[in-house]
Design a binder for this molecule. Sequence first.
Ligand code: GNR
Ligand code: NI
Length: 174
Amino acid sequence: MTALPIITAPDPRLKIKARPVAAADDDVRQLMDDMLETMRKAIGIGLAAPQIGVAKRVIVVDVAREGEKPQPMMIANPEILWRSPELTTFSEGCLSLPEHYADVTRPEKIRLRYLDYQNELREIEASGLLATCIQHEIDHLDGILFVDHISTVKRGMILRKLAKAKRTRNLVAA
Ligand code: GNR
Ligand code: NI
């Protein structure tokens, strides 16, 4: 398992629509393992393959809190089969938008079909933070970031700050 660098916005690789995998084979399992390591090192609750530059429909999620038993979920080709009409709002963050947070409203519950680590087709229901996190990760697979769900003004502010932070970093590195 290897922790890999996480791509931060603005970056065209975060805007691509990722492609389904044929199966959760050894290569996909290796990707899932590396993603879990990357997520844990960055202290995130989820990670999508495009965030490490891989345009495949693979995500990992673990919403267990510190001190609780870890509950990693490895998910390929996720499909939302049902969304509850009830909505919920969380203050979301993203490892690709470091140090920025905003309230995002999404369906409170979802029914999800996916391929697991063993290449078994599974269906689960998720609610609360888990449902929010899974929806946030699936958005990444479609080139969507949480800032795409907030006002144009707030989105512009965050993306401008991130672009500036990147330029500053490049100047320091040069
Ligand atoms: O670590 C993360 N925290 C988080 C908090 C609220 C809603 C979604 C998330 S996902 C985020 C990690 C990440 O960027 N995943 O793509
Ligand atoms: Ni994210």
